[in-house]
Design a binder for this molecule. Sequence first.
Ligand code: FAD
Ligand code: SIN
Length: 536
Amino acid sequence: MQTDILVIGSGIAGLTYALNIAQEMPNKNITILTKTQSDETNTKYAQGGIAGVINFNEDSFAKHIEDTLIAGDGLCNPHVVEIVVKEGVDRINELIALGASFDKDPNGNYKLGKEGGHSENRILHHKDVTGKEMERTLLEAIKKRSNINLISHCFVLDIITQHHFGYLVTKSTPDIECYGVYVLNLATNKIEKITANITLLATGGNGQVYRSTTNPAIATGDGVAMVYRAKGRIENIEFIQFHPTALYEAGVRGHSFLITEAVRGDGGILRNAKGEAFMEKYDARKDLAPRDIVARAIDNEMKINGTEFVYLDCTHMNQKKFEEHFPNIYAKCLSIGVDVAKNMIPVSPAAHYSCGGVKTDEYARTSIKNLYAAGECASTGLHGANRLASNSLLEAMVFAHRAFLDTINSLNAPNPSLVFKESFPNWNAAGTTAPKEMILITQSLKELKLLMSDYVGIVRNNERLKRASRRIDLLHEETEALYHRTEVSPQLCELRNMITVSYLIIKSAELRKESRGLHYNTDYLSKQVILQNTIL
Ligand code: FAD
Ligand code: SIN
């Protein structure tokens, strides 16, 4: 299969990019691939909303920029922060023009929510299901475009570069190029190759490497692992954001239900097992301190009291307003016997967001030619050491749009790399046989999640990282051996990708000899004077 533009991922980043290209270049074919159903994305689960400076009476670009820089703890790229904050408003308005609905008050003004680290109310939201509304809007717009072909249940295995033509490609090879991808078509169970002039990687996050995460099962870091295998640059991947308040349900791991930070923005108070409001002990901003601080405070309270959760108390809040703003959370809590008017909600931190990823420049270009990256899989320089709440949907739209602007220019220029097109090698499956037992995959996955949660979680130290490093090496060795003798499956490939991403998180964490933002290492409780990104 040949396509002009290939998009891997059908979340906010992939869909925004595809739609822009389709509108601007109706004569170009765009193919979007997604590994499960088209709407099964992190985007669909976004709750709190999207940050944007809408109310210029109270708010300003300068304030949003300042809040983002403070949360990022010295590692944000200030130029990128300014780009996202300023251009983000236009991207939000474009989405509204497409039909996305954000909540308004009776006077027709947007109801703007507040979350941790924001100095003003600036979060646009659609009740507590903002991401679902944004995903719906974009998917409906995509369906109307005849030059977009969205193919679900297609698992991308690897990006094709010179390496697949037999050339030696290393980290220092100049001009590594992307020619397309190898894909496992889950409808036919065949491996196909898709060639493309331009590829956008929009594969989302990697929360699934941890035992407890707000991310759905698709979030296995495939894009980052593919780029690393292709010798592209990865940056800042040690900064994993744990959301302070995932719903605690005994026995439920893997995909935890989120209790949006907007609940604390509306007045929710964190209390420990003794019923004490504890956040004032940790930060003057109390329950609305940035996420790294709140998550560490909860972790500490759970350790002090020997509990697996703390409480989010909403019993004092106006219940009618609660049900209006958070109908999904209200219903979910009730379904497990928690009536938020009477009972406190049990919550605990869960892996939520990857601040680092595939290193890009300000037009979403990666270190690999003809390959862009946008959304959660990318590291643009916006988030630094800790993402400000509700900035990621914004970043994804801004960078998908910037990738689109750059794509128009590059498509107009001659692309000599496509001389390879005629002779693309097929996927090499020589020597592999059908998998004999799934236990080899499922048990390794359990071990991986455990070691990442216990040794590379909210609080780290050198000894734990060393242990994690030794164990990941063993898992890597065993899984590579399995991969080379077994026919590929999504389960095996996801495990392999998660091991790669975990290795990168551990390595980057070991290289960062300080505590900064989300990376908290008790062996280095101070920050270094010299700031630098960890690039692998
Ligand atoms: P995703 O939306 O995750 O899409 C990834 C796509 O890539 C999927 O289509 C997937 O199938 C595809 N894919 C992955 N690997 C492969 C492969 N190998 N082959 C083929 N396809 C592949 N951010 C905010 O700004 N505000 C919020 O309120 C907010 N709330 C959140 C709540 C929750 C519960 C979660 C989990 C996240 C939240 N976030 C929020 C973060 C935000 O939702 C995500 O960062 C963002 O949606 C990521 O979008 P994306 O387009 O990069 O990736
Ligand atoms: C939330 O609603 O609390 C999540 C917001 C985010 O991750 O930005």
